[in-house]
Write a new protein. Structure first.
Length: 141
């Protein structure tokens, strides 16, 4: 059995996950990065994307993260997410309607500030759709 470390996934609403895991792949601001036990200390911003949790060399859980940051130590990876949802719990029809509405909001924005807010929300929704459609990583480390 591979070495394990503690993963904590926290959103503003609640503690979503707290368990020992083999590996996680985090959607870092500068690209995805993997975390294993005894990882060097690291703090990274998180871009909207998929957090993949591995056990036995395969992805066992996937969460869409709307952003936030990750703190990694040798024993723990703490994800403070702006929003998090299990990928399998995303409602595709509701998301497609949200995308349609957000595209209309971008077009109808009365000023640059409103347009920037609508574009930011649209980018998160598009990343959520990509999380649903992307296959899990094929293998572990």
């Amino acid at each position: 059995m591979a070495d394990q470390f503690e993963l904590e996934l926290v959103s503003p609403e609640s503690l979503i996950l707290s368990e020992s895991v083999e590996m996680v792949v985090v959607p870092g601001e500068e690209g995805d990065f993997g975390v294993l036990a005894n990882h060097a200390p690291l703090i990274s911003n998180i871009r909207p994307g998929t957090l993949a949790v591995f056990e036995g060399g395969a992805v066992t859980q996937r969460f869409f993260l709307a952003g936030g940051f990750a703190e990694v130590t040798k024993e723990r990876c703490t994800i403070l997410a702006e929003g998090a949802v299990r990928v399998e719990n995303i409602d595709r029809a509701a998301l497609e309607q949200e995308l349609k509405d957000l595209r209309e909001d971008v077009s109808a924005a009365a000023n640059d500030n409103d347009r920037a807010k609508a574009i930011a929300a649209l980018e998160i929704a598009e990343a959520k759709l990509q999380s649903m459609d992307a296959p899990p990583y094929a293998g572990g480390h």
